[in-house]
Design a protein around this ligand. Structure first.
Ligand SMILES: COC(=O)C[C@H](N)C(=O)O
Length: 270
């Protein structure tokens, strides 16, 4: 099986010219890290972890920190609050003060948002991002990872879509893997990642499946977003209904990259 990794940097509004080059570099770096792991025989799980950690460490993107493997070390899928903190400490994860995880750009964005009236919109255009990766390894295994700082000005205690199975992502070796981004509440309501895989299970191409599930989210709950998919047969796609979504894909020694609709560049991988 020829390995593939696809990454995204969050579905959002237009990206300013000066940020575009930095975002481009971040996407290329993450896809190259993930692909390098796969080329050396690494697993899909290792590849998505490597790619997402590269994006988490890049201040250009809005993500969490430390994508370690809960499912491999506990019988559970989710841990929150104090339990999550205890588990992280037991795994030797260093504690980082909250303020060190917030960039100046995000602080300014929060202040601006607090002064603007009105409820959270479902178009996700103001959000600064989320990062994600999907991969298919040489053995035919697929995996996904999604990491986010969430939406701006959210209520304390909000759980978004990104950590939730079926919404923020899903992987099944019999079908493929998906990582999503966009308006979290909408993504949760339609179970966007699993819905996309359902369409592939029903015989749709990855492209058709992505269009159907994103189209359904838009028409049914007026939610905008984006997603990346890799199927078990090695087909992949990056699609979005938000204005932009930075993405990159590495396959067969080629690197594909884009931010805006109908604007893809293809180069040779180093
Ligand atoms: C582009 O922004 C996001 O993807 C935010 C994330 N889905 C959330 O709602 O928490």
């Amino acid at each position: 099986m020829n390995p593939i990794v696809v990454v995204h940097g969050g579905g959002a509004g237009p990206i300013s010219k000066d940020r575009k080059e930095r975002v481009h570099q971040g996407m290329v770096r993450a896809a190259t890290v993930g692909y390098g792991i796969l080329r050396e025989g690494g697993s899909a799980v290792d590849a998505v972890e490597g790619a997402v950690v590269a994006l988490e460490d890049d201040p250009e993107f809005n993500a969490g920190k430390c994508a370690f493997q809960l499912v491999n070390n506990t019988p559970h899928c989710f841990l929150t609050d104090q339990g999550a903190a205890q588990f992280a400490a037991a795994m030797g994860v260093p504690e980082i003060p909250g303020e060190k995880l917030v960039t100046e750009r995000n602080k300014k964005r929060l202040e601006k948002e607090k002064h603007e009236k009105g409820a959270q919109k479902t178009d996700c255009q103001k959000n600064l991002g989320t990062v994600g990766a999907v991969a298919l390894d040489c053995k035919g295994n697929v995996a996904y990872a999604t990491s986010t700082g969430g939406i701006v000005n959210k209520m304390v205690g909000r759980v978004g879509d990104s950590p939730c199975l079926g919404a923020g992502g899903y992987a099944d070796n019999d079908i493929g893997a998906v990582s999503t981004t966009g308006h979290g509440e909408s993504i949760l309501k339609v179970n966007l990642a699993r819905l996309t895989l359902f369409h592939i299970e029903q015989g749709k191409t990855v492209e058709e499946a992505a269009d159907l599930s994103l189209g359904y989210m838009k028409s049914r709950v007026k939610g905008l977003g984006g997603l990346i998919v890799v199927s078990k047969t090695g087909d992949w796609v990056a699609k979005w209904t938000s204005t932009s979504m930075p993405w990159a894909a590495a396959k067969d020694g080629k690197l594909h990259f884009g931010i805006d609709p109908d604007d893809t560049t293809i180069t040779d991988l180093p």
